[in-house]
Write a protein that binds this ligand. Structure first.
Ligand code: GUN
Ligand code: ZN
Length: 484
């Protein structure tokens, strides 16, 4: 048994890989749709046909259900749900966070999850509310850790156990949780209690919490973002290294008459058209969908379709090395997502070591692109470029005889020698006409080079237009410009 995760390709801190549980595997990133056995709007069988290789359901609901408890124990969960993929079960912690108590203990829920044949079991962690003070958060985290320890002791180190990371909004507690869960030997780690952050659009706090947990988790751990269901934030979460999402959103939104897209949701009553290529949207007009007696189920099918399509798009972006472009695109759909994206860019130094060394391309998408990991990494390596005593940085691409070394200039990266002209990121980067932000960033690259070669004399040749920017970043460097 046991749970194994293998990363096969990466971009930023995001990974595309393979999660194996027993004999079953799925590609990651992956979405685990939430199944409520009492009202399956879309059946597990239909999900299988849509390419869903893993789903999540609530063991607590099964354990309390007159209808399902005995059947699940007798026939097993896979039979009851008529699904042969990976089934993860949650413990009842979510009910705990909503109702304040549950009538089951940690070892009871785990034994139940084992006995119904679940593939991934979740202990009874405590999802501490982001509003809790430090003392409460610390006390609840200690209880969660005690339960994870107990889970390993009672069920053994090979049991397919998830080790949830709690710690509220305190970064150091999330870091501690990541460290302790790793030390206990968990390799499947959901980050918990983030639903209230996402519901309140607190994406900046979400970035902070996830980055803190990731800092101390093993890079080989599979990371699940508990309860993340809106497709507009999957790219951002993936960029931080989240591998799995579980979502009831497709069903909850459908119930509420809402139509999901990768960049936000619409009330079905507001739609004049259905901007989607799924079977539901191609066989109904907006008016027909609105008035269909089966509307809730049709909306759920559509919502699931766009959610799964976004996961596929993310996997493709990782393969192409274009995850930053996708994050940039998605995070412009809501100001709070933009805020989360900017705080992720603030952390580029933490992300850069994970980022792929070479990518197929780099598309400049505005000021934010200046702070991407590729720019940072390029500039960190600039000090290794050998230069002579008299160095020219030629913005216009022209060489001049009077210098020992001529370097060219590509914003937002900075100076480059002829040999790097075709290599990543200089060659494959596409930029529009130069703007102040990118030239300023490129000049910071020149400054790094000057700092590492204090014995050399640097001159910049550039158009008049760029002199103020060059002066701003490079001070009294010698500048030759067109008017000379
Ligand atoms: N579902 C959403 N958040 C959580 C969490 O923090 N813990 C568990 N067990 N389930 C969740
Ligand atoms: Zn659709």
């Amino acid at each position: 048994m046991g749970i194994a995760f293998e990363s096969l390709a990466s971009d930023i801190a995001g990974r595309s890989g393979k999660l194996t549980v027993g004999k079953k595997s799925i590609k990651t990133p992956a979405l685990l749709p939430v199944i409520n056995p009492h009202l399956p709007l879309v059946t597990p069988n239909e999900m299988r046909a849509m390419g869903v290789g893993a789903l999540i359901t609530n063991a607590y609901i099964f354990s309390q259900s007159r209808q399902f408890r005995e059947r699940a124990l007798d026939e097993g969960l896979h039979r009851v749900l008529d699904y042969d993929g990976i089934i993860m079960t949650d413990s009842g912690s979510f009910q705990l966070s909503v109702y304040g108590e549950v009538s089951i203990t940690n070892t009871e829920t785990l034994a139940f999850q084992r006995d119904i044949g679940s593939d991934i079991w979740v202990p009874l962690d405590i999802p501490t509310s982001p509003g809790s003070d430090r003392t409460t958060t610390e006390r609840e985290l200690a209880i969660t850790m005690q339960r994870l320890r107990e889970a390993k002791e009672v069920f053994g180190s090979d049991a397919p156990l998830a080790g949830p990371i709690q710690g509220g909004i305190f970064d150091d507690l999330r870091e501690r949780a990541g460290r302790d869960v790793t030390a206990l030997g968990f390799s499947f780690c959901p980050i918990g209690a983030v639903v209230p952050l996402m519901e309140a659009y607190r994406y900046r706090d979400l970035v902070s919490v996830v980055m803190a947990a990731k800092k101390t988790l093993s890079p080989s751990a599979c990371v699940h973002l508990f309860g993340a269901g809106h497709p507009s934030m999957f790219a951002l979460a993936t960029a931080m290294g989240c591998d799995l999402f579980d979502s009831a959103a497709y069903a909850l939104y459908a119930k509420d008459g809402r139509y999901l897209t990768a960049h936000g949701s619409y009330r079905i009553n507001e739609l004049t058209d259905l901007p989607c290529a799924c079977a539901v949207c191609r066989s109904h007009t907006a008016e027909e969908l609105r008035s269909d007696p089966d509307r809730e189920r049709l909306l759920a099918l559509h919502n699931l379709h766009v959610t799964l399509a976004e996961i596929s798009r993310i996997r493709q972006a990782i393969a192409d090395g274009t995850l930053w472009e996708l994050v940039d695109e998605r995070c412009r759909s809501h100001p709070q997502l933009l805020s989360g994206y900017r705080s992720l860019l603030d952390r580029a130094p933490e992300l850069a070591p994970y980022d792929a060394v070479s990518k197929r391309r780099f598309f400049y998408r505005g000021d934010e692109s200046c702070r991407r990991t590729e720019v940072l990494r390029y500039q960190e390596n600039l000090s290794r470029i050998p230069v002579g005593k008299n160095v020219l940085v030629a913005f216009d691409g022209g060489e001049r005889d009077a210098f020992d070394t001529t370097l060219f200039f590509k914003p937002p990266f900075g100076p480059y020698p002829r040999e790097l002209k075709e290599t990543f990121p200089i060659g494959p980067s596409e930029i529009p006409e130069w703007d102040d932000a990118m030239v300023r960033q490129g000049c910071r690259g020149v400054r790094v080079l000057m700092g590492s070669h204090p014995g050399s004399r640097f001159t910049v040749v550039c158009g008049q237009r760029w002199v103020p920017v060059v002066r701003e970043i490079l001070g009294d460097i010698r500048v030759i410009h067109d008017a000379d």
